[in-house]
Write a protein that binds this ligand. Sequence first.
Ligand SMILES: NC(=O)c1ccc[n+]([C@@H]2O[C@H](COP(=O)([O-])OP(=O)(O)OC[C@H]3O[C@@H](n4cnc5c(N)ncnc54)[C@H](OP(=O)(O)O)[C@@H]3O)[C@@H](O)[C@H]2O)c1
Length: 268
Amino acid sequence: MTIIAFVGGGNMAAALIGGLLQSGHPAASIRIVEPDAGQRERLTARFGIAPMARADATLAAAQLVVWAVKPQVFQEAAAPLADHVAGALQLSVMAGIRCEAIVRATGSPRVVRAMPNTPALIGQGISGLFARQEVNDAEREQVRALLDCTGQSVWVEREEALDAVTALSGSGPAYVFLFAEALVQAGCDMGLTPEQSRQLVLSTFRGAALLAEADGAPLAELRERVTSKGGTTFAALESMRADGVASAIARAAQAAQRRAAELGRSLG
Ligand SMILES: NC(=O)c1ccc[n+]([C@@H]2O[C@H](COP(=O)([O-])OP(=O)(O)OC[C@H]3O[C@@H](n4cnc5c(N)ncnc54)[C@H](OP(=O)(O)O)[C@@H]3O)[C@@H](O)[C@H]2O)c1
C-alpha cells in the first residue's frame, strides 16, 4: 500500500483524493497536511480522513508527496517537511514552481511536475506532466495513474514546455469561457433568451470537441466540412478572418506562455 501525503488540502488535492478513493486506494494510506480548521473539517466529512494541522515525523512513511498549495506559500509549507520527505517521490501540481526549487526544498531529486486545469475538479481535466531524469518508469506510471483520476495527461520532455501547457490547457478554460460569453451575448442580441443562448453555446462547444476527438480528422478539415462556400458558416469565418481572430488567439497564448515563464523565474 503506497502511502501518499498531500501538502495542502484545497480544491486540487480534493479532486485527486476523491479520484484515488474512487479507484480503490484505501483512505488509511492517505495523509493530508492542512492548516485551515474549516477545511480540515470539510475534508473529514467528505473523505473520512482526518488531516493534520501541521507536518510531523509520521510523514516520513510517505512514498509519494503531493504538493498542492498555492505557489506563494510553497517555501513556508515545505520548511517543516524537509527533514521527513527526502526519500519520497515528489509530485507538484503548483503552477510556476520549478523542479530545482522542489529538489532544494525537499532534498529529493525525484520530482514530477504536473500542470492541471480546472475541469480536473469534475474529472474532465488535462494535465501536462514533466519528470526529472531521476524518476523511473514505474514512478512515472504511478503519477500518471494518480492524475488520470482527474482526466487525461500528456508527458512533455522539457520542463519549459510546461509554460506552453499552461498557455494552452492551464489558462485555456478561460479562453473558452470568453468565446462562449461573446457568443451567448450575440445570441441574446439576436433575440434568444440568455438560457437558450447558453444552452446552445455550451452544447456546441462540448459537441464540437467530442466530434473532433471521435473523428480524429485534422481540425482544418472538420472546419471545412461545415463550411460550404457562400453559406452561413462561410460568412462568419470570413468575418473572423478579416478581424484577425486566429492571430489574436496565437498572440494571447504567447502572452500566457511569457507570463508563465516570468512567474516561474520569480517563484524560483
Ligand atoms: N484549481 C485548479 O484547477 C488548478 C489548476 C492548475 C494548477 N493548480 C495549482 O494547484 C495548486 C493548488 O491549487 P488549489 O486550487 O487546490 O488551491 P487551494 O484550494 O487554495 O488549496 C491550497 C490549500 O493549501 C492550504 N495551505 C496553505 N498554506 C499551507 C501550508 N503551509 N501547509 C499546508 N497547506 C497549506 C490552503 O489552506 P488555506 O485555505 O488556509 O490557505 C488550501 O486549503 C496551486 O499551486 C495552483 O496553482 C490548480
